[in-house]
Design a protein around this ligand. Structure first.
Ligand SMILES: [Zn+2]
Length: 118
Protein backbone atom coordinates (compact mmCIF):
# COMPACT_ATOMS: atom_id res chain seq x y z
CA UNK A 1 0.00 0.00 0.00
CA UNK A 2 2.66 2.49 1.00
CA UNK A 3 4.59 1.49 -2.12
CA UNK A 4 1.68 2.56 -4.27
CA UNK A 5 1.50 5.92 -2.55
CA UNK A 6 5.18 6.67 -3.02
CA UNK A 7 5.01 5.50 -6.63
CA UNK A 8 2.16 7.94 -7.25
CA UNK A 9 4.12 10.68 -5.56
CA UNK A 10 7.05 10.13 -7.91
CA UNK A 11 4.90 10.25 -11.01
CA UNK A 12 6.26 12.67 -13.57
CA UNK A 13 4.47 15.97 -13.97
CA UNK A 14 1.97 16.20 -16.80
CA UNK A 15 3.57 17.96 -19.74
CA UNK A 16 1.37 21.08 -19.29
CA UNK A 17 2.75 21.48 -15.77
CA UNK A 18 6.35 21.68 -16.96
CA UNK A 19 5.82 23.70 -20.13
CA UNK A 20 6.23 27.44 -19.61
CA UNK A 21 4.08 29.74 -21.70
CA UNK A 22 5.75 32.83 -20.32
CA UNK A 23 9.02 33.50 -18.54
CA UNK A 24 9.78 36.82 -16.96
CA UNK A 25 12.80 37.93 -15.02
CA UNK A 26 11.93 40.95 -12.89
CA UNK A 27 15.31 42.42 -12.09
CA UNK A 28 13.92 45.18 -9.86
CA UNK A 29 12.01 42.71 -7.71
CA UNK A 30 14.62 39.97 -8.07
CA UNK A 31 11.98 37.39 -8.90
CA UNK A 32 11.52 34.94 -11.74
CA UNK A 33 7.94 34.52 -12.92
CA UNK A 34 6.82 31.49 -14.87
CA UNK A 35 3.35 31.05 -16.29
CA UNK A 36 2.85 27.35 -16.92
CA UNK A 37 0.63 25.90 -19.60
CA UNK A 38 -1.70 24.46 -16.96
CA UNK A 39 -2.44 28.01 -15.83
CA UNK A 40 -0.34 28.20 -12.69
CA UNK A 41 1.85 31.22 -12.09
CA UNK A 42 5.01 30.48 -10.13
CA UNK A 43 7.03 33.29 -8.59
CA UNK A 44 10.55 32.39 -7.50
CA UNK A 45 12.58 34.78 -5.36
CA UNK A 46 16.16 34.97 -6.63
CA UNK A 47 17.57 34.18 -3.19
CA UNK A 48 15.63 30.94 -3.12
CA UNK A 49 16.78 29.97 -6.62
CA UNK A 50 20.39 30.62 -5.67
CA UNK A 51 20.04 28.43 -2.58
CA UNK A 52 18.56 25.67 -4.74
CA UNK A 53 21.09 25.99 -7.58
CA UNK A 54 21.41 22.50 -9.06
CA UNK A 55 25.02 22.80 -10.28
CA UNK A 56 27.68 20.48 -8.87
CA UNK A 57 29.58 23.24 -7.08
CA UNK A 58 26.55 24.51 -5.16
CA UNK A 59 25.38 21.01 -4.35
CA UNK A 60 28.77 20.13 -2.88
CA UNK A 61 28.75 23.36 -0.91
CA UNK A 62 25.31 22.57 0.49
CA UNK A 63 26.35 19.05 1.45
CA UNK A 64 29.42 20.37 3.24
CA UNK A 65 27.37 22.91 5.15
CA UNK A 66 25.15 20.14 6.43
CA UNK A 67 28.11 18.32 7.95
CA UNK A 68 30.00 21.31 9.30
CA UNK A 69 29.63 21.93 13.01
CA UNK A 70 30.14 25.65 12.57
CA UNK A 71 28.89 26.61 9.16
CA UNK A 72 30.88 29.42 7.62
CA UNK A 73 28.89 31.79 5.51
CA UNK A 74 31.07 32.31 2.47
CA UNK A 75 28.78 34.73 0.76
CA UNK A 76 25.43 36.15 1.69
CA UNK A 77 23.03 35.02 -1.05
CA UNK A 78 20.98 38.16 -0.40
CA UNK A 79 23.79 40.25 -1.85
CA UNK A 80 23.97 38.27 -5.08
CA UNK A 81 21.62 39.42 -7.79
CA UNK A 82 20.01 37.44 -10.54
CA UNK A 83 21.37 39.18 -13.62
CA UNK A 84 20.01 37.16 -16.52
CA UNK A 85 18.14 34.05 -17.59
CA UNK A 86 18.81 32.20 -20.84
CA UNK A 87 16.75 29.46 -22.43
CA UNK A 88 18.52 26.13 -22.73
CA UNK A 89 16.90 24.15 -25.52
CA UNK A 90 13.25 23.52 -24.72
CA UNK A 91 13.69 21.99 -21.31
CA UNK A 92 15.55 24.40 -19.04
CA UNK A 93 16.80 27.87 -18.25
CA UNK A 94 20.27 28.92 -17.24
CA UNK A 95 20.51 31.56 -14.54
CA UNK A 96 23.34 34.07 -14.57
CA UNK A 97 24.23 35.80 -11.32
CA UNK A 98 25.89 39.09 -10.50
CA UNK A 99 28.89 37.25 -9.02
CA UNK A 100 29.53 35.56 -12.37
CA UNK A 101 28.08 32.19 -11.38
CA UNK A 102 26.31 30.66 -14.39
CA UNK A 103 26.62 26.91 -14.00
CA UNK A 104 23.09 26.38 -12.75
CA UNK A 105 20.79 24.86 -15.37
CA UNK A 106 17.29 24.73 -13.96
CA UNK A 107 15.14 22.32 -15.88
CA UNK A 108 11.41 23.00 -15.86
CA UNK A 109 10.60 19.87 -13.93
CA UNK A 110 12.97 20.97 -11.19
CA UNK A 111 11.52 24.49 -11.16
CA UNK A 112 8.01 23.14 -10.95
CA UNK A 113 8.98 20.90 -8.05
CA UNK A 114 10.53 23.88 -6.26
CA UNK A 115 7.21 25.67 -6.58
CA UNK A 116 5.40 22.73 -5.07
CA UNK A 117 7.67 22.80 -2.06
CA UNK A 118 7.29 26.54 -1.58
ZN1 LIG B 1 25.47 26.73 -8.66
Amino acid sequence: MSDEISAAHNTAFPVEAITPDELKLKREEQTLHIRWRDGRLSVYPAVMLRRQCPCATCRTERDQKKTELLPILKSDPGQIKLANAKLVGTYAIQLIWSDGHDAGIFDYKYLRSLDRNA
